[in-house]
Design a protein around this ligand. Sequence first.
Ligand SMILES: Nc1ncnc2c1ncn2[C@@H]1O[C@H](COP(=O)(O)OP(=O)(O)O)[C@@H](O)[C@H]1O
Ligand SMILES: [Mg+2]
Length: 316
Amino acid sequence: MISLFKKFEGEGILGINRRIGEYILPFNPREYYPLVDDKWKTAELARQFNVPMPHHYGVVDTFGGIRKIRELIQNRPGFVVKPANGGMGNGILVIVRESESESGSIHYHKVDDKTLSEKELHHHISGILSGLYSLDGNSDSCVLQERLECHSFFQEISFRGIPDIRVIVFLGYPVMAMLRLPTKESGGRANLHQGALGVGVDLRTGTLTHAVCNDKIIHLHPDTKQTLSGRVLPHWETILEMASRCYDMSGLGYLGVDIVLDETRGPLLLEMNARPGLGIQIANRMGLRDRLRLVEKIRNSADGPKTRVHRMFQEL
Ligand SMILES: Nc1ncnc2c1ncn2[C@@H]1O[C@H](COP(=O)(O)OP(=O)(O)O)[C@@H](O)[C@H]1O
Ligand SMILES: [Mg+2]
């Protein structure tokens, strides 16, 4: 990423020090971090604010509780296991179905067709609880979530997983967006660190622009070989409004909001991030600084989410 950053230097690229010193520290009060760092707390908050999220089957927060997971996932068409306090896709398992062998033992099938025995699943959850994947290294809890199906828009351009749309929101105004597409390498997860693609999105129209993968500019999805640019994301305005509402919900001024698309329910909030990465600038071939300054100029604290989105549309 460093080399591409260098290439676009001078185009208003926001660097790590500025991001922390000028935006994260002053605009993100620390006491609000737990609301976004803990996915279970985010789910509670989203319920209060009527922001739709994937369904949750339950949470396991003690080693003794691991036994009850059979009950929580019974008769579900699949499920996702997540560290509540995780990040970058670490520790996430996407289970698409289960099967029973002749001897009666249960196997869980992952999105990449590999299987896990019941004992291995329990072992993985124990690892989550002991903090193996938690952002702060402390003990954690494990969230069991519905497995989402890929929206038909993504069928051609996503490899076996759920893409997400990252929107950077500053003081409630959406400033930049990127689509992240799972690849074979990323194992069904849409995290750039796992090898997913980042695709820039035109903020006004939701049209896909440029793509990067592992620090390289690309034109075709490496697995599906489909062109990416020019496609228009469905529900674009609703996506931006939902991202904007997350400011009111979280109280965080500089926020990364991750949204997924469900075929029938439309946009759903997946998670929020208080320290969003800077790679979004590479995918958009554009720096964040001008957009952040623009928001400081036009912001009006009386504006609600819809007005904030429209104001941004007018200014771009
Ligand atoms: N419920 C789900 N169904 C299917 N895939 C999911 C689900 N939740 C997450 N994923 C995949 O895993 C990735 C990471 O999930 P996320 O909740 O954002 O955790 P992290 O904080 O580790 O990024 C998502 O971008 C998505 O591709
Ligand atoms: Mg994420």
